[in-house]
Design a protein around this ligand. Structure first.
Ligand SMILES: Nc1ncnc2c1ncn2[C@@H]1O[C@H](COP(=O)(O)OP(=O)(O)O)[C@@H](O)[C@H]1O
Ligand SMILES: [Mg+2]
Length: 265
């Protein structure tokens, strides 16, 4: 009886533990699927943002940019006759203002969505980023490309470009680097880009992602978005020696949902 009494809770416990563990694994499964969905959502949002930016940039160029250029042409013609009515200075002032506005609109268009990415592709766009960084910052940038280029989807192209833009911004923001090397390597099934700087590195030494100072498209977002498409981000850093960040994206990604859409459509 005593034995029976003693055994009862044990029996109840052993009966409830498989149930408990199956409940636990169900919860874990839910959390995992929730994480996957969140990554997909964030990736979708980034792609939508890039498409919207492209549409705005095209609109700016096609409408405002063209209208300004046309106005400038007309105004220049009128200025030729303005000497007769004493408005020459006013016309010169207007033309100067118009030139500044045209330049500003052009810079804004490029800043919103660089046309080189869509017109020439990822590698020329990375070279453009490198040249722009050299003009704006104190470091020299060397870009090298190796391997046989693969066809990449719009999603990977935008993701790799934005990631590299952030990694270059990090060098400018967080290091006193004087040299930056960008190695673009086409592998058999994907694209690897390594960016090395000779700045002060992370202190203490880490391969973990540090807590960001800002809330931009930081290392954490890059890693999350890349992992969503089967890619990766790896950091190697030595204090006072520099940092290496390697990003990788597989190249031909066909999502199940896309395939489903194609077969059902
Ligand atoms: N190339 C680098 N060299 C040294 N430290 C870096 C480098 N890149 C990033 N960091 C460190 O990692 C942190 C996280 O970077 P990130 O996620 O891009 O966020 P944020 O740039 O907004 O701070 C930075 O605040 C900085 O301390
Ligand atoms: Mg950053």
């Amino acid at each position: 009886m005593t034995t029976g009494d003693n055994n009862q809770p044990e029996a109840a416990e052993s009966a409830s533990s498989p149930a408990k563990s199956s409940e636990q694994s169900e919860n874990e499964r839910r959390i995992h699927s929730y994480e996957v969905q969140l990554r997909r959502l964030s990736s979708e949002l980034a792609l939508t943002e890039a498409r919207e930016r492209r549409a705005i940039a095209l609109d700016l160029h096609d409408h405002i940019g063209q209208a300004l250029a046309y106005t400038r042409m007309k105004l220049t013609r009128l200025k030729g006759n303005s000497v007769f009515c004493g408005f020459e200075d006013e016309f010169s002032e207007l033309l100067l203002l118009l030139d500044q506005t045209i330049r500003y609109t052009r810079d804004l268009t490029v800043e919103i969505s660089p046309p080189v990415l869509y017109e020439l592709g990822l590698v020329p766009a990375i070279k453009w980023l490198a040249e722009r960084a050299e003009r704006r910052h104190e470091f020299k940038v060397k870009t090298r490309e190796r391997g046989q280029p693969l066809k990449i989807s719009e999603e990977v192209q935008i993701l790799m470009f934005k990631s590299l833009q952030e990694l270059i911004a990090n060098v400018a923001k967080h290091t006193r680097a004087t040299k930056v090397n960008i190695h673009i390597t086409w592998q058999s099934d994907g694209l690897q880009i390594r960016i090395e700087d000779n700045g002060q590195g992370f202190a203490p030494q880490t391969t973990e992602i540090p807590v960001p100072a800002g809330d931009g498209f930081g290392l954490f977002s890059i890693r999350e978005r890349l992992s969503c498409i089967g890619g990766s981000l790896v950091i190697q850093s030595t204090p006072h020696k520099g940092t290496e960040v390697t990003i990788y994206a597989p190249c031909s990604i066909v999502r199940q949902s896309d395939e489903d859409q194609n077969t059902s459509g």
